[in-house]
Design a binder for this molecule. Structure first.
Ligand SMILES: Cc1cc2nc3c(=O)[nH]c(=O)nc-3n(C[C@H](O)[C@H](O)[C@H](O)COP(=O)(O)OP(=O)(O)OC[C@H]3O[C@@H](n4cnc5c(N)ncnc54)[C@H](O)[C@@H]3O)c2cc1C
Ligand code: FES
Length: 251
């Protein structure tokens, strides 16, 4: 992990309220899929903003972000040539065992972006089925990446793109049709992960979830990001996660 001074290469809209920003690093950086960066957005924002690393191409690193509050508005305002500080790579990331050949990706909202990094890492060596839920067709993004998966099922809350259902329902439908994965990797809003946890426990599937807690330092020092574990202990999402075995974490 290093604090890089990076330069903006491009910053463009990819869907309604969603943008992709690409930074140029001074040197190549080794990243595991599902890891994240903590971006210093400047201004009065002392706290950095944690965003999943979506793509790494040589010295270029791309993050996709939804504009929510002041921090991500500042990110949106960055222009080509601007510089900022970026602490990365952070967290543990996703890992698929050699024995796990069939992988299901279940993602919703901004949870879509770390799953793109999984597809880029394992897309050639594993049989990946991606079940991705969007709010509506204006929020649809990353399709050109997910189309490279063995199977891609895109759905929306209102049925304006794909079937009207959420990502967990799309996964469950395929599961019932006989497409049973060796491992499920998921990222998305907590209610989505909660519903997935119920399903994978019922189906006795191995599942790893990436959590999105509010963060401070991003490196395990401030304990802003703690979550509850099922054994009664607590864990830091930034350092011990953000990826946890679904059965070990309270959602
Ligand atoms: C490991 C990790 C990876 C993430 N990856 C992505 C990503 O790839 N793309 C993306 O768009 N977002 C991602 N997020 C969420 C992102 O960090 C927040 O949306 C962002 O920090 C909000 O900053 P803000 O200043 O714009 O909003 P704020 O003004 O701080 O908050 C605006 C709203 O967003 C909510 N919010 C703030 N921080 C978080 C958070 N960490 N998680 C969930 N809700 C939050 C607040 O409760 C509030 O309702 C990730 C978060 C984590 C922890
Ligand atoms: S954000 Fe500081 S310990 Fe996790």
């Amino acid at each position: 992990m290093k604090d890089y001074l990076v330069t903006v290469v491009k910053n463009e809209k990819i869907a309604e309220n969603i943008h992709a920003i690409t930074f140029l690093l001074k040197e190549e950086c080794k990243v595991r899929c599902g890891q994240f960066g903590n971006i210093a957005v400047g201004g009065t924002h002392l706290l950095r903003r944690p965003i999943a690393i979506c793509k790494v191409d040589g010295r270029e690193v791309t993050f996709c972000y939804q504009v929510k509050g002041d921090g991500t508005k500042r990110l949106q305002a960055m222009e080509t040539g601007d510089t900022c500080n970026l602490l990365m790579p952070l967290g543990n990331g996703f890992f698929v065992e050699d024995t796990e050949q069939k992988v299901a990706l279940v993602g919703g909202g901004v949870g879509v972006f770390p799953l793109i990094s999984v597809l880029r890492k394992y897309g050639q060596s594993k049989e990946i089925s991606a079940y991705i839920g969007y709010r509506n067709q204006n929020a649809v993004c990353g399709v050109e990446e997910f189309a490279k998966a063995h199977k891609f099922v895109g759905v929306t809350d209102d049925g304006s793109y794909g079937e009207k259902m959420n990502a967990v329902q799309a996964f469950e439908k395929d599961l019932k049709a006989g497409n049973r994965p060796d491992v499920v990797l998921a990222c998305g809003p907590t209610p989505m992960l909660r519903a997935l946890k119920v399903l994978v426990e019922k189906e006795n599937l191995t599942c790893f979830v990436s959590l999105e807690e509010r963060m401070g330092c991003g490196i395990g020092a401030c304990v802003v990001c703690v979550c509850d574990l099922t054994n009664g202990k607590k864990a830091r999402v930034c350092k011990d996660g953000p990826v946890f075995n679904a059965k070990e974490v309270v959602l």
